[in-house]
Design a protein around this ligand. Sequence first.
Ligand SMILES: C[S@@+](CC[C@H](N)C(=O)[O-])C[C@H]1O[C@@H](n2cnc3c(N)ncnc32)[C@H](O)[C@@H]1O
Length: 213
Amino acid sequence: MKAIIPKNIEEYCLHHSSARDKLLHELERYTNKHCDYPQMLIGPFEGALLAMLVRLTGARRILEIGCFTGYSALCMAEALPKSGRLTTCEIDPKRATIARSFFKRNRHGRKINLLLGPALESITQLPRATKFDFVFIDADKENYVNYYEAVLPRLRPGGLIVADNVLWSGHVLAPKNKTDRAVVKFNKHVHLDPRVECVMLPVRDGVSLIRKR
Ligand SMILES: C[S@@+](CC[C@H](N)C(=O)[O-])C[C@H]1O[C@@H](n2cnc3c(N)ncnc32)[C@H](O)[C@@H]1O
């Protein structure tokens, strides 16, 4: 992932944002040491943003698509009230096992339910009445439009979808491959959708905040 914001500026922003839990540092170190593609983890800056958004929106029911080793799920769970719940989807059993082991070690981890398998199937299998206040989309880019369409009917009016990697290292400006084009397609899809309002932020790899009208 190519940095969009100069590294020293991002570090300055991070330094002036509230500190995260110690276990999150440990999870980041563990992921860097033991997992492929550790850069997929959102990290402390975007983690702080997600936690702030969860608190500001007063979300109680969160859906995450793309758990990896559980970093973003823990950031959001920490910001939920005691009775809040977070459902997270992950296709890779090894990553899911790591995530669950860290959820067990954090008092907010009990708010999290990890669904193992392809996210689209997991979402379809949720009871019809299950609704969310907040959705974080951070999995395979080729399915972003599918995830968006699957979750929008389950999002309450005024609810928020946060989509990660919407700038895709800047490749959205000159898409070359299938994944670049999938991100461009998603951004256009959201931009043209009258059911929502959206603001795209140049945070880390690009984050879109999409509010259902
Ligand atoms: C970018 S990582 C998520 C990072 C995580 N949100 C964090 O910040 O710690 C994307 C994750 O989505 C998972 N994934 C990819 N395709 C998926 C699918 N079809 N269903 C569920 N999970 C999927 C990958 O295995 C990977 O762990």
